[in-house]
Structures are given as C-alpha cells and as structure tokens.
Design a protein around this ligand. Structure first.
Ligand code: ATP
Ligand code: MG
Length: 306
C-alpha cells in the first residue's frame, strides 16, 4: 500500500505497514496479524469531517477525517499552524477553554460519540491528552506531578504505589528524579513526567502533542522509544502530533499530513517516508532535478480539482 493524496480526508489506515524499515521491524513483529485485522475493523478513534472554528469566526479545521485503530501509533504531521493541536484539542474536548468549537462532523471513541463529554469524562473512558509544551506543575515534585494523573481514579495507597512503580518501570529517569521539583528538571524529564502522568490514568489512548519540541535528538529518540514500548507492552494507542516528520514516521504505523486545516495525504508510515513530496517538503531530502513547479507537491495541485 502506498501513500495517497487524501481526497476528502477520508483515508483510513486499512492495513498494517508492509515493508517496514529496520527501525520499525520490532513493532511490526510484535503485532499479531489476526488481532490487528480485527482491531482495524472498528477504529478506536474515528474523527469524521470535523470543522473547528475559534472565536466564532476563525475557521481552522476544514473537514478533517482520520482514525486510529486499536493498538496503533498514528502520526499527525504538518508545519506551524497546520491545525495539529486544534485536532487533538477537538478530540479531547479541550477547545472550549480556547474559545473554539467543533461546528461540523463527528468524533467517536470505541464507537461512542464523545463530543458532548467533558474532558474529565473522556479521561475516565481512557482518552488522555499530553499537551504541547509539557505542562508540568513546576512547583511540585516529579512524583506529585505523576500523582495528579490518577485524580480521576479512586485508588488505594497500595494501588497508587503500584501505578507509580509501573510508570517508573518505563521511565527510570523519573524514579531517580522523583523528589526533584519539576521546574528544575530537564526538558526531557518534564516531557517524560507529562507522559508518565497520562499513564497514571490507565489510558487506552494518549493524544501526544509535539513530544519532540525543544528536545535534543537523543532525548527525542529515548521518548519515542518509550512511546513504542508503552504501545507494545501496555497496548496504549497513540495519536501524536509532530512537526518532526522524520522521527514520527520512524515510530508510527500510519501518518496523516495536515496543511491549512485539511488532510492532504495519508498512508502507512513507511510509504509516506518513501513518498517524494514528503521527502522534499517534510524530510528535507530534495530529489535531483525537481525544479519545475509542475513537479512540486502533486497532491497540492490535485487538491484544487477536488
Ligand atoms: N485559541 C485560538 N484562537 C484563535 N486561533 C487559534 C487558536 N489556537 C490556534 N489558532 C489558530 O489555528 C491555526 C492552527 O493552530 P494549531 O495550534 O492547531 O496548529 P499546529 O499545527 O498545532 O501548529 P504548531 O506546529 O505551531 O503547534 C493557526 O492558524 C492558529 O493561529
Ligand atoms: Mg501545535
């Protein structure tokens, strides 16, 4: 299966990626084909033709459709202001605080329409967002930050301890820093704490906004490695928004490319990584001799006819 320009953005990740690169081989091997076929039938998250308007007038998403099959990592790619964060906020019902609203389309999680739910109810159902910019409580310790993630669950002391240990298992750095005030830890540690806090809610799905932002490449790899581990071992599905196309496609199963509030292309991660337009415009690998405008962004030109 190859990457395709998206028509009305209705592309659905139908099958697992075929020829996965070396970096993706581990996760491909860990996905049982029978189980994945069943999971693909009913997407865990199904976003269908949503339109989002801020302040009653600013139309930002213009009919975005995407889905996340259970047990998958799906990347939402695009440059500054493309609408990635807005899409995640629409799913997690965090638009209200930004004076935004979904004016068209539907969002279903496990088949249930979830647009009318409060963010807290959504967390109870297993959908947790890790916001852009990490958003730790700077004055609290790392451990207290993690504990805030369990607020929707009534856990006993022993259970809470167990959950903390589960997070520390995936993020050993956080265990070392558990008593440090979050504001004084590194950007990478704060990002880990933000993901760890989400994990405390026992999510079925994490919406992860720009986990790579402002972090050194090595830390980015470490964090994405943990994301993959959580996906494989805990069965957590991810919808991750990233400007860092390269790293996102190395770890995701499927990708969608968003431009000016529209999905312009989607496909299995490997197919997107191999696509000439994606290489040129998102991965910074220019193909020799592509000088003519006619050769540029074929999906863009095609889009005008739709
Ligand atoms: N609260 C808001 N009120 C009005 N406009 C907004 C608001 N938040 C975002 N926008 C606009 O919506 C568009 C999409 O923004 P969004 O933050 O979703 O993009 P993004 O893809 O996440 O970008 P980035 O990669 O820079 O984070 C931008 O033009 C932005 O200016
Ligand atoms: Mg954003």
């Amino acid at each position: 299966m190859s990457a395709r320009p998206s028509t009305a953005g209705t592309g659905a990740p139908a099958a697992p990626p075929q020829g996965v690169a070396a970096g993706m081989a581990a996760r491909a091997a860990a996905t049982a084909p029978a189980a994945s076929a069943a999971a693909d039938a009913v997407p865990l998250l199904d976003v269908n033709g949503i339109e989002v308007i801020y302040n009653h007038v600013i139309l930002v998403l213009k009919g975005v459709s995407l889905n996340v099959p259970e047990g998958r990592i799906v990347a939402l790619l695009g440059g500054n202001g493309a609408g990635k964060t807005t899409t995640l906020r629409a799913v997690s019902n965090l638009l209200k605080g930004e004076r935004g609203e979904v004016t068209k389309g539907t969002i279903r999680y496990r088949g249930e329409l979830v647009q009318a739910l409060s963010p807290a109810d959504l967390v109870k159902r297993g959908v947790v967002q890790v916001m852009e910019g990490r958003h730790c409580f700077a004055h609290l310790s790392i451990e207290d930050n993690l504990l805030t993630g369990a607020y929707t669950r009534s856990l006993s002391r022993a259970q809470t301890q167990q959950e903390l240990e589960r997070v520390y298992h995936y993020f050993p750095r956080l265990k070392q820093r558990r008593l440090s005030q979050a504001g004084y830890t590194s950007g990478g540690e704060q990002q880990m704490a933000a993901v760890g806090r989400a994990l405390m809610a026992r999510p079925g799905m994490i919406l992860l906004d720009e986990p790579s932002m402002g972090l050194a490449p090595q830390i980015v790899q470490e964090i994405f490695g943990i994301v993959r581990e959580l996906n494989q071992k805990e069965g957590v599905s991810f919808l991750l928004a990233e400007q860092n196309t390269h790293v996102a496609l190395a770890y995701a199963d499927h990708g969608y490319i968003l431009e000016s509030g529209r999905i312009v292309m989607d496909g299995p991660a490997q197919a997107l990584a191999d696509n000439e337009d994606v290489k040129e415009f998102y991965l910074g690998v220019a193909k020799e001799g592509r000088r003519s405008f006619r050769d540029v962004k074929s999906y863009r030109r095609r889009k005008r006819w739709l």
